[in-house]
Design a protein around this ligand. Structure first.
Ligand SMILES: C[S@@+](CC[C@H](N)C(=O)[O-])C[C@H]1O[C@@H](n2cnc3c(N)ncnc32)[C@H](O)[C@@H]1O
Length: 395
């Protein structure tokens, strides 16, 4: 592809990404993969370059742009080499006309910047939300040690905080590697490993991972438990939960039972665990403001109405989870968001309406204190953004 054709491809892709963000359609990564699956003429260098352009344009645009061309023009304004590709050549974009619209720059839509600022983030922390994320893996302590994996993986370094984490150069193909296929490692951001560790899972315990998704944290808990005890992994999303079984098999995690829940009937379907769990992990559905480094177009999709629905879902899962915890047991609440509305405010509301429950220090001592919990953010900790709180049930 010529440089101009690459710019045009980025514009076409951005058109699809903008439309999908406006209508709740597929994620940018999915759309990029689909786009190239029907364009075999694009070689690996072309794909990489187009992908880079697309993500540069998404990061640059704080709010949803009018179209892909406006998003790429905003990038071209800062990059003369890209501006030069708007040359009207075959397969390239038309020359830039006077007064063409540009995507608005910024970290996020104004209402979200306001909410994040009110949640205590300064300009440096805000800007880091859309940086590039590192590539972290978690070693599976059921099968190996960090030292052994570091020895086998050139250019790997230990992550600074999580004892099970390893950082790899971006773009390292993890999933095709022998270590991944043998179940020795999983892709998991260091921050996610740190908040998962706040469960302090012990061998022999009975634990519930209420919002298990595809089981990233379930596998971490099973490893911390040394495969001893009982671990129930639940979710209302069949497709996500189905991905857990093959991952568990690969990881040699044998104590996991998966249970698909029907929305609205969760407590009924978990009646056999009511009041029995030593601990419940709630990795709640959230806006994902802490993971914009990986999905920067997510900030175009969030609306105040969607946020309000997520807050209601968070209170609901807190309620369901609390009903499963035995007297004196613990509940760990996590969101990968830095908005107080989803983190510290939710925990404060829960504590106010559940007499006898008390907040506990998050162990190991991670992050920055926020309300009744701790927070991790990309600028301060180099991880994705998370809020985590540990709550103790009355005896
Ligand atoms: C942040 S994701 C979980 C990620 C997962 N724990 C991991 O480490 O990869 C939140 C999950 O909560 C699930 N969820 C939403 N409402 C739920 C409910 N009422 N009961 C159980 N799971 C729910 C969603 O389907 C989603 O998979």
């Amino acid at each position: 592809m010529t440089p101009a054709a690459r710019t045009q491809a980025a514009i076409e892709l951005l058109d699809e990404i903008v439309a999908a963000a406006a209508s709740g359609g597929a994620a940018a990564d999915t759309l990029i993969a689909r786009y190239f699956s029907t364009r075999r003429y694009a070689g690996s260098k072309d794909r990489r370059a187009v992908r880079e352009f697309v993500y540069a344009a998404i990061r640059q645009a704080g709010a949803l742009p009018v179209n892909g061309r406006a998003a790429m023009l905003a990038v071209a304004d800062h990059d003369p080499a890209i501006a030069a590709t708007f040359d009207g050549s075959a397969h390239g974009p038309a020359p830039i006309a006077a007064d063409e619209p540009r995507a608005e720059g910024g970290v996020a839509p104004a209402w979200l910047v306001e909410a994040l600022t009110a949640s205590g983030l300064d300009d440096r922390q805000l800007a880091a939300l859309i940086d590039r994320a590192p590539l972290d893996i978690r070693i599976n302590s059921l099968m190996t040690t960090r030292a052994a994996v570091l020895e086998q993986w050139a250019d790997a370094t230990p992550t600074p905080h999580a004892p099970t984490g390893i950082r790899l150069p971006n773009g390292t193909p993890v999933e095709p590697s022998d270590l991944y296929r043998a179940g020795l490692v999983e892709v998991q951001d260091e921050g996610s490993q740190m908040v998962g560790a706040a469960m302090s899972a012990q061998p022999g315990e009975w634990l519930v991972d209420l919002c298990a998704g595809a089981g990233g944290k379930t596998l971490q808990l099973a490893a911390a438990m040394g495969n001893q005890g009982a671990l129930l992994a639940c979710d209302i999303d069949r497709a996500r939960l189905q991905r857990l079984a093959p991952r568990a098999e690969r990881a040699g995690a044998t104590i996991i039972e998966s249970r698909l829940l029907n929305p609205g009937r969760e407590a009924e379907m978990l009646a056999d665990w009511a009041g029995k769990a030593d601990g419940v992990l709630i990795d709640a559905p959230c806006s994902g403001t802490g993971t914009w480094r990986r999905n920067p177009e997510a900030r175009w999709r969030l609306t105040p109405e969607r946020l309000a629905r997520l807050e209601a879902a968070q209170m609901q899962v807190l309620e369901i989870g609390a009903g499963l915890v035995k007297a004196g047991g613990r509940l760990v609440y996590i969101v990968c968001s830095l908005l107080d509305a989803e983190g510290s405010d939710q925990v404060a509301r829960f504590l106010a309406s559940h007499p006898g429950w008390s907040p506990e220090p998050v162990e190991p001592g991670i992050g920055t204190p926020r309300g009744f919990g701790q927070r991790l953010d990309p600028a301060t900790h180099g991880t994705d953004g998370f809020f985590v709180a540990c709550l103790r049930a009355p005896c």
